[in-house]
Design a binder for this molecule. Structure first.
Ligand SMILES: *Cc1c(COP(=O)(O)O)cnc(C)c1O
Length: 375
């Protein structure tokens, strides 16, 4: 059994994916070719933003989004403490300072109350200028944008949505990648919409930001003359082969995969919610289920359950074993566990179960029955 079965998906989409790859090889337009432009158009339409700029990966999508707003040294960027490293690393790498914010344990997403507390702390300290908030759509569930937007407005901050795991999610029909001032996603193979290597995208409604991102992803070239650079950018372009893989995958995602993962999630929740804490989906929210993550009682029980599932041939993952404030790279910040009680609880109690659109009924029943048995 696979934790996320990418080969089952390939088998379902093989004719279209193979033909797309073959046609890129024959066109020899390997970087930012026509399929990339086509993909950008389709992605922008799907998420409901004016522009989409495809780049080399999700980490650089986040970094380039901050660069397009001139974020840098002396700026504070607030992000969730319980997420993949890039949500904070994107700020550090351009000289800004990430400020980690504790989460709400029911959704695993940034706590609006903890966010306001951290903003006030930074303002009182007077060393950094608060600039951006990076809410993360963790495990596919959009962050609490209604509340976070109010806080951003109150303190004059911008929002960069980290939708690396959130693509396909929505709040009251408004889709992930359309929240805040600018948003970024990842096409890493295991994400809700994944390619066959690294890839990412940035979404904006602003023409000027779109133009700047197109320059920044190509080393900062001028629109008129590619050998005259108007600023220092990055080499962060999407390979055309990845766009050829993503075009049929986006079609499948829209037409049935997003529904399929939601059916899998409903079935898990119906079968397990009496025995473990199952993931909450607030009223009006739609998750794209990058992960289906349950909470066990404590670390001992979680580790035991994971080991016993493994014996039964069931893969499970711990996303994430530590908070960002516990990472070696941020040791110099001397952050205390006592400021991140929900992150700490999550790191000790979470367990992510196999989740993907091609999970068979019999496989899921085996997972559910095994889990209930070892509990
Ligand atoms: C995967 C991920 C990223 C980074 O994406 P890459 O394409 O792997 O660089 C950023 N943020 C979150 C929350 C992620 O899960």
């Amino acid at each position: 059994m696979q934790f996320r079965d990418l080969y089952a998906q390939y088998k379902a989409l093989k004719p279209e994916i193979d033909a797309g790859i073959q046609s890129v090889i024959e066109s020899t337009g390997f970087i930012l070719g026509k399929p990339v432009a086509e993909l950008e158009e389709q992605l922008a339409a799907y998420v409901g933003r004016k522009h989409c700029v495809c780049v080399a990966n999700g980490t650089e999508a986040l970094q380039l989004a901050l660069m397009a707003y001139d974020v840098g040294p002396g700026d504070a960027v607030f992000t969730s403490d319980f997420t993949y490293f890039a949500s904070a690393g994107c700020a550090s790498i351009i000289g800004a300072t990430p400020v980690m914010v504790d989460i709400d344990l029911d959704t695993f997403n940034m706590s609006p109350a903890a966010l306001e507390h951290q903003i006030q702390r930074v303002l009182a300290e007077g060393k950094l200028t608060p600039k951006f908030i990076i809410p993360v759509d963790l495990f596919g569930l959009p962050a609490n944008f209604p509340e976070i937007e109010k806080i951003a407005a109150k303190y004059g901050l911008r929002i960069l949505e980290d939708a690396a795991q959130g693509f396909g999610g929505a709040i009251n029909g408004k889709r992930a990648c359309s929240f805040g001032d600018i948003s970024a996603t990842s096409f890493f193979p295991a994400k809700p919409l994944g390619c066959y290597g690294d890839g990412g995208a940035i979404f904006t409604d602003e023409d000027a930001i779109d133009a700047r991102l197109r320059s920044l992803r190509a080393s900062g070239k001028s629109p008129e003359d590619k050998y005259d650079n108007r600023e220092v950018g990055m080499n962060s372009r999407l390979d055309t082969l990845q766009a050829a893989v993503l075009l049929p995958k986006l079609k499948a995602f829209e037409s049935y995969e997003l529904d399929a993962v939601n059916r899998v999630a409903e079935k898990y929740t119906a079968a397990l919610s009496d025995k473990v804490v199952t993931p909450a989906v607030p009223e009006g929210y739609l998750s794209s289920w990058a992960q289906y993550t349950i909470l066990l009682e404590n670390k001992e029980q979680r580790d035991r359950v994971q080991a016993e599932l493994k014996v039964k041939g069931i893969p499970s993952m711990i996303y994430y074993p530590r908070g960002l404030h516990q990472q070696a790279a941020y040791k110099w910040m001397e952050l205390s566990d006592t400021d991140y009680p929900n992150t700490i609880a999550a790191t000790q109690r979470v367990l992510s179960l196999p989740m993907h659109p091609y999970l068979e009924n019999v496989e899921q029943e085996y997972i559910i029955n095994s889990l209930l048995e070892v509990m």
